[in-house]
Design a binder for this molecule. Structure first.
Ligand code: 3H9
Length: 718
């Protein structure tokens, strides 16, 4: 028998265990091993029933995505050959019970649906998340799921890609029983019960009772396609999965499976699948950091102190409380503290209204947050996060004060700063304990946004860094380790992008045209709408603080400073690049358009019209060129890390993989040639990054560069 599968028989039940760490993915060995085990159990006269169960932390979390990546890049052999196994399972005369814990996802759930019965632990989850990888279920899931849960529920699960919990699954008919206590024991008892029943065992593929009638079908399909278009903007797979589900309701099972396979392979080779699979592995790769190994000990974090109860501090406090961490939060003024607490309460109320939390859950969370006006108890915290506004002197004072609290209580916690642009080393030096200092750059709203840049200072110890990574994970965030340069990775790249958008309007485009081109490209929001939302004063303050962004002789944007001088700070003042009515929707403002034109003419700028393609090249290529510099200078460890930062923190479409992956797909030679042309036309700010020039010349990609560099990270993992 193949290694990842083991078979044992106990009191008439064959227990087939899948042991393929880390997540029991369906490798060829698992599939072959299961076939052999099923045959043995079926032919063993001492066996009356069969239970299939996962070893370790989960049932089967899907097909091996590494194999699917091969399919995406041209080799069909990466897709699991699973049809025979599924048929064998379903045709076995002895009852087959699938026993699920952890997550039964994708091919894992498809495997489970070919069993005659399914049971799960109370916190088990089941789902078809394939659309998040740009594909659809390809192992008959679109044909079996609607037969078990009905078409509407199947559409909801397959379009959203979101797993459902065991109780919901029981309700929907996806599972037959929830097992409290030991799963193997409970599932075996259930299997014996089923074996004792008279008659044959249900084959999902033969079921028709949950499929819609001909008159119900069109409405359900229309609603499903609508849902896909509205909630999964720009994605092909959520729309295509409805086509496959339609086949379940209109074709015999075998023909439905053939239709599913056809759509599966078409999508598996698409640009979106390439990009989304890249994004999946990129996100999992960020924890691999030089100097941090499995032996690096992260300190447990259960008590956090937060300095500053503004938007960022409050959001971070909520993120901690949501993760079960106790928080003490302080602010310089009683008013500031009261406002902060009131805002948290208001935000939680919204979550209750939306059904995300119950009032009891909110009460529990608020009880974890202690507001105070001093640093009492901060010395015993495991981590203190400073989240005040961007002022170096203030941040240094706070670092010193936190360090003294630790010293006074003989505490040994980590000191983190939420600065988005300032020098971590300067703050670290002020603390007197630089090895304990790290940047934790959260994104607003911090209780919602998944990205955290973990800024490694020159003295940050491996343990401090590992603790920061563990905290990010505990908060449900993706923590990307970056180096200490002005703006770190995300904001540093943002500046050339923002500037270019502003130059474009000076040269004749309008803010709404630039924003429409960017959202048309797939960005969650246009640059000007983002600026208005964040507040124009934020970048204004940074422009004043960071002289590096405006080198002598460099062209500076003309309009943003003027808007700030006019008090147009964006949404919060009702006016910025746009004007906002009660519906908070941006409307073009003739006053701004006139101001832009007037300033442009006064500075002798020639104005012309721009195509959307030109707008994308000017903005996105500026982002990529700066990304190449960041990479070359070592402030990002991998191009893929930049992609994770941009897709999780800056609204860059994941279906394009991120800016660096997008650059690879356009071709680095093409990007380099356009950047060089802009350099000729527009001057020094467009000087091609040397790394971009080098990779273009070599005819290679950022992804290849990552692979080369990965060899130096072998053995390192958090
Ligand atoms: C599919 O099934 C298609 C079918 O219809 C059949 C078509 C014919 N494959 O996320 P974590 C690795 S599509 C390979 O940090 P967590 C992951 O890379 C698939 N590797 O853990 C990481 O490796 P490393 C449908 C996988 O506890 C390690 O496992 N299924 C796979 O936070 C730990 O991962 C999905 O889309 C895989 N399927 O979360 C589920 N899954 O340590 C995708 C994980 O070397 N997976 N790895 O970096 C997940 O959502 C999460 O990993 C899971 C665990 C919830 C399971």
């Amino acid at each position: 028998m193949n290694q990842p599968i083991s078979l044992s028989v106990d009191q008439g039940v064959a227990l087939i265990r899948i042991d393929n760490p880390p997540v029991n993915a369906l490798s060829p060995e698992v599939i072959n091993g299961l076939e052999v085990a099923i045959d043995r159990a079926a032919s063993d006269p001492s066996v009356q029933a069969i239970v299939v169960i996962g070893a370790g932390r989960t049932f089967v979390a899907g097909a091996d995505i590494k194999g699917l990546e091969q399919v995406a890049w041209g080799s069909d052999s990466g897709a699991p050959e699973i049809h025979e196994l599924l048929q064998k399972l379903e045709d076995t005369s002895k009852p087959v019970v699938m026993a699920m814990h952890g997550t039964a996802l994708g091919g894992g759930l498809e495997l489970a649906m070919a069993g005659h019965y399914r049971v799960a632990v109370p916190d088990g989850q089941m789902g078809q998340p394939e659309v998040n990888l740009g594909i659809i279920p390809g192992a008959e899931g679109t044909q079996r799921l609607p037969r078990l849960v009905g078409l509407e529920k199947a559409i909801e699960m397959c379009v959203s890609g979101r797993p459902i919990k065991a109780a919901d699954a029981l309700n929907a008919g996806l599972i037959d029983r929830i097992i409290e206590g030991d799963l193997a024991t409970g599932a075996s008892a259930f299997a014996r019960e089923m074996a004792a029943r008279a008659g044959s065992h249900p084959k999902t593929r033969e079921r028709q009772d949950k499929l819609p009638s001909a008159s119900q079908l069109p409405g359900m399909l229309e609603a499903g396609r609508d849902l896909a278009r509205k909630t999964r903007r720009n994605l092909q797979a959520p729309v295509a999965v409805v086509d496959a589900l339609e086949a379940a309701a209109t074709l015999p099972f075998a023909e439905g499976c053939a239709r599913e396979r056809e759509i599966f392979f078409e999508l598996a080779k698409s640009e979106q699948a390439k990009a989304l699979i890249h994004a999946f592995f990129a996100e999992r790769g960020v924890s691999k950091v030089p100097g941090i190994s499995k032996d690096t000990v992260a300190a447990p974090v259960n008590h956090v102190g937060i300095v500053g109860a503004g938007t960022m501090g409050g959001g971070i406090a909520m993120a901690c409380a949501n993760a079960g961490i106790d928080v003490r939060i302080t602010d310089a003024s009683p008013d500031g503290l009261d406002r902060g607490i009131a805002t948290m309460r208001k935000n939680y109320d919204v979550s209750v209204k939306r059904g995300r939390f119950t009032p009891a859950m909110v009460a529990e969370r608020m009880a974890r947050i202690t507001p105070q006006l001093d640093y009492e108890g901060f010395g015993e915290a495991d981590l203190v996060i400073e989240a005040v506004f961007e002022n170096m002197a203030l941040k240094k004072d706070i670092a010193r004060a936190v360090a003294s609290s630790y010293e006074a209580s003989k505490g040994d916690g980590v000191i983190a700063t939420n600065t988005s642009t300032l020098d971590i080393d300067e703050i670290a030096a002020a603390s007197g304990h630089p090895s304990k200092v790290v940047g934790l750059h959260f994104f607003s709203p911090a209780n919602v946004m998944r990205l955290v840049e973990i800024v490694r200072g020159k003295a940050t110890s491996p343990e401090t860094l590992a603790t920061a990574q563990a905290v990010a994970k505990r908060l449900g965030k993706v923590g990307v380790v970056v180096g200490n340069c002005p703006g770190f990775v995300g904001n540093r790249m943002m500046f050339p992008y923002m500037y270019e958008a502003q130059f474009l309007v000076e040269e004749g485009a309008t803010p709404q045209q630039v924003d429409a081109a960017l959202t048309g490209f797939g960005m969650a929001m246009g640059m000007f709408a983002v600026d208005d939302m964040a507040g124009l004063d934020v970048a204004w303050r940074v422009r004043q603080e960071l002289k590096q962004f405006s080198e002598p002789g460099a062209r500076k944007p003309l309009v943003a400073d003027r808007l700030c001088e006019m008090g147009r700070f964006g949404q919060k003042t009702g006016k910025g690049w746009y004007v906002y009515g009660d519906d908070r929707k941006p409307q073009p403002d003739p006053e701004v358009l006139a101001l832009i034109e007037q300033l442009a003419v006064a500075h002798g700028i020639t104005r012309r019209s721009f195509t959307n393609d030109e707008i994308i090249e000017r903005t996105i290529y500026a982002l990529i060129n700066e990304g190449a510099r960041v990479l070359e200078e070592g402030f990002a460890l991998r191009a893929a890390d930049i992609d994770v930062i941009y897709t999780n923190g800056y609204g860059f479409p994941a279906w394009r993989g991120g800016p660096m992956f997008y650059a690879d797909r356009v071709g680095l030679k093409n990007i380099y040639e356009r950047v060089s042309a802009f350099h000729q036309e527009l001057g020094a700010r467009w000087a091609p990054a040397p790394l971009l020039a080098q990779l273009a010349k070599e005819g290679t990609t950022f992804k290849e560069l990552d692979k080369r560099r990965a060899s130096s990270l072998v053995g390192a993992s958090s």
